[in-house]
Design a binder for this molecule. Sequence first.
Ligand code: NBP
Length: 472
Amino acid sequence: MSKAHFGLVGLGVMGENLVLNAERNGFSSVVYNRTFSKTESFLSGRGAGKSISGARDLKEFVDSLERPRRILLMVKAGGATDNVINQIAPLLEEGDLLIDGGNALFSDTERRVKELESKSFGYIGMGVSGGAKGALEGPSMMPGGTKASYDAVEALLSKMAAQVEDGPCVTYIGPGGSGHFVKTVHNGIEYGIEQILAEAYDLMKRTCGMNCDAIADVFRHWNATEELCSYLVEITEICLRTKDPIDGSDVVEKIMDKAGQKGTGLWTVISALELGASVPTIYASLNARVMSSMKSQRTKAQSILKEPSAFSFDLGDISTGMSPVMDAVVLSTIASYAQGMDLLLLASKEYEYDFHMPSIAQIWKGGCIIRSKLLKRIQNAYNNDNQLSNLLVDPWFASQVQRRLPGLSKVVSCAAQAGIPVPCFSSTLDYINSYRTARLPQNLVQAMRDCFGSHTYERVDKEGSFHTNWLD
Ligand code: NBP
């Protein structure tokens, strides 16, 4: 029997769809899953009639693959991935290649790359984005490891990836854990945008009394603009229009207001703090999920901490796309991307990943959850300057800030008066106002630090390190 071109371990939502994608693109495949009954039901279900076979154990799986073997792991990140690697590594031979497509912590991938490359077979840590549909139809993929390992699977990955006007949504990201680092930051940006869209929905509902269909109309309008045309805006409209089949009411209004998280948003913020990147919009979205989980405390507090008395303000109307709210959404979305890209640049220097920023923007233009028209502008900005200090100072983005800052400011101040939380909008406003302020009040912070702890300070009028005897 001829050997398969491609092997997949882990028949979860992602693995199932990725192996169907590989097979559709001409790569006969073999699958292995810890629980064999899942393999059987896959092969008799979605995998039936295709060039996909199943293996009962890892030895049979490895023996069914042509050499050098190309094996994609799509199992739960963390200990499960280590377990599978420990079981499969002794069965591999020189030149074989393992790809971890799970959402691994990038430092775990660094460790695994070091351990496994020394065993003479290749190891790639690859971020995959696009959910189930993207995995089947073409995801965005972010592979990191040695260039030689990437070259060995480039043809396979290029065929499986989403395609946009300037190529497939996959590229060599860089060494070690760089692919998983980029995927982590992608998810951090995603957290930000999801919260931004939720804040817009909340404002329109609570200040304008709009129902889900009316708000969905606004999202449809936004999705037709260059600034906001994106997958997340598109699915937000769908979510808002979807009705409960039982009583025809809006499903969204029946969903518990507690948002889950699996770690990548947290890892983004931890990395940002470690590297000294300012990511307040992304952090605000993470904190909003944490706050949302405190449902019983919030319910109790609502009756104790009264909201401000009646207010009124003008957010525009649907025909103008609720323009101040749109300004707030556009600038906060830009801030999410800007903060994520800034974090990538710092990581590129600190970890010697040598990121090619335009290529990262390019592979996010299709297949992934944060795909949007804005990414073309981001790609252009970094094509002009791969080390651009911040997207906000690129001419096109700067013009957006200039034009939309009054709208964002209005939304934040009105929301504050109405007692409506808009953590991403307000963090973005502070972020932009801070970033465009040449002199911040940290001179006083430095004075205090020197006063109580003799930490010294620099001066604006001469070089050196200074101390004042403040308390004498
Ligand atoms: P899950 O994250 O739910 O993982 C399911 C797979 O992991 C099954 O094949 C399961 O085998 C296997 N597994 C587990 Br759980 N523990 C194992 C262990 N100790 N040893 C061996 N296998 C084990 O599936 P998923 O949602 O398809 O995600 C797969 C990976 O892709 C994850 O790392 C995830 O973070 C990442 N990812 C997910 C998405 C998404 O939208 N879902 C998007 C991008 C990336 P079993 O059948 O025997 O339990």
